[in-house]
Ligand binder design. Structure first.
Ligand SMILES: *Cc1c(COP(=O)(O)O)cnc(C)c1O
Length: 393
């Protein structure tokens, strides 16, 4: 594939080698292992002298096609695909950190990531410091002689805080640290952390990359030397992506550019349509004026992505009523779907936390997260407006 072609074109055209049937769409390689002509070719494959496939825990043509497309989109040297986003994040930590190492982690990261960092890393003697987004002095103060990696997410889920990637890239280079960025919310079409100096990029492919709520998947991309370590760790510990899911995700990448553009347009239009509603205290969207990091978002993101948040003046009770009143939008625990989704963290995902704990992680009582789908914007807006009326009753 000519590297002169735009990454969007390459994500449509990269394809595993055609079989003797000359198929147009890539076939599904549902096979656990691969065969060898003789003992010596098998020996050479195991010795790493050839790149023949051996076993689908290590590599598979469908998985390799997905990785190749993602590398081009992210501008990354190499990658390894995993069964879920969490497997990618876990693998990026455990392959590279060891007892005695220290990790600096942004305090507003995805819930399960927070659990890995605060509960499991320390069981293995890996220290961490949680640092608020964009508090540059706190990030400087957190650096220790044994610090090895920085981990952050931007925009964050669900608070939509935006972290300055240019700053983070310079900071990591200055202290010689591995910069590891969760790029799930932006996707490589809207933001490329590698261009700002990220060493690793992790994704939950379950969200916008699949984009239709069908399969789980994840991927770690970045510097070849780091991915080599991650490959060996994952090849032995087994979080590999299934060929079927890889096939679905590779096909999804052919439409990611058009989808994420439409998702972003719908999100911006909907956020604007509700921002002055009397039941809405505030609306937050990376590329909507009034976002606290609007200038950073404008600098590093092509479009604002498919998610916006709003705070209902009526708090927890209004949040519950809002979800119950929706007729078109779905109430479900996913995001990044062709169908619009609403969630109310205070009464669902974060309901086990006390109200103080909720506030500490940015979950206000009336916070509603909308993942804007591909429906016509006026239908999405009409449903949200009618549910807002009912939330106040
Ligand atoms: C969903 C999500 C994850 C976890 O991905 P899974 O595919 O569900 O394991 C990680 N980071 C972010 C930002 C997410 O939204």
């Amino acid at each position: 594939m000519s590297s002169q072609l735009d990454p969007v074109t390459q994500a449509i055209r990269i394809q595993s080698e055609k079989t003797q049937h000359h198929e147009h769409s890539t076939p599904l390689y549902l096979t656990s292992s691969f065969t060898f002509e003789d003992a010596d070719t098998m020996r050479a494959a195991f010795a790493g002298e050839s790149d023949d496939n051996i076993y689908s825990r290590f590599s598979n043509p469908n998985v390799d096609e997905f990785i190749a497309k993602m590398c081009v989109l992210e501008g990354a040297e190499a990658g390894f695909a995993t069964a879920s986003g969490m497997a990618a994040i876990f693998g990026s930590f455990f392959a590279l950190l060891q007892q005695g190492d220290h990790l600096i982690c942004c305090s507003s990261v995805f819930g399960s990531t927070y659990t890995i960092v605060t509960k499991y890393l320390q069981r293995f003697g890996i220290e961490h410091t949680l640092v608020p987004a964009n508090d540059e002095a706190a990030w400087e103060a957190a650096v220790k002689p044994n610090t090895k990696m920085i981990y952050l997410e931007t925009p964050t889920n669900p608070q939509l805080e935006v972290l300055d990637l240019e700053w983070a890239g310079k900071f990591s280079k200055k202290h010689n640290l591995i910069l590891n960025v969760d790029n799930c919310f932006a996707t490589p079409l809207l933001q490329r952390p590698v261009d700002f100096g990220a060493d690793l990029v992790v994704h939950s492919a379950t969200k916008w990359i699949d984009g239709q709520g069908r399969v789980l998947g994840g991927i770690i991309l970045g510097r070849q030397d780091l991915i080599n370590e991650i490959y060996l760790f994952c090849r032995n510990t087994g979080p590999s992506l299934s060929p079927f899911n890889a096939w679905v995700l590779s096909k999804s990448l052919e439409t990611l550019d058009v989808r994420i553009t439409r998702h972003s347009e719908n999100a911006l239009a909907t956020a604007k349509a509700v921002q002055n509603h009397p039941e809405v205290a505030w609306v937050k969207y990376p590329l909507l004026e009034g976002h606290p990091q609007f200038d950073i978002a404008k600098k590093q993101m092509k479009l604002g992505g498919g998610v916006f948040c709003m705070e209902l003046k009526g708090g927890v009770e209004a949040g519950r009523k809002f979800l119950n009143a929706l007729e078109l939008l779905t109430v479900t625990a996913n995001l990044g779907d062709s169908r619009s989704i609403a969630s109310h963290p205070a009464s669902t995902t974060h309901s086990k936390l006390s109200s103080e704990e909720q506030l500490a992680v940015g979950i206000t009582p009336g916070l509603i997260r909308i993942s804007t789908g591909l429906e016509k914007d006026r239908d999405i807006i009409a449903d949200i407006l009618q549910a807002l009326e009912k939330s106040a009753e």
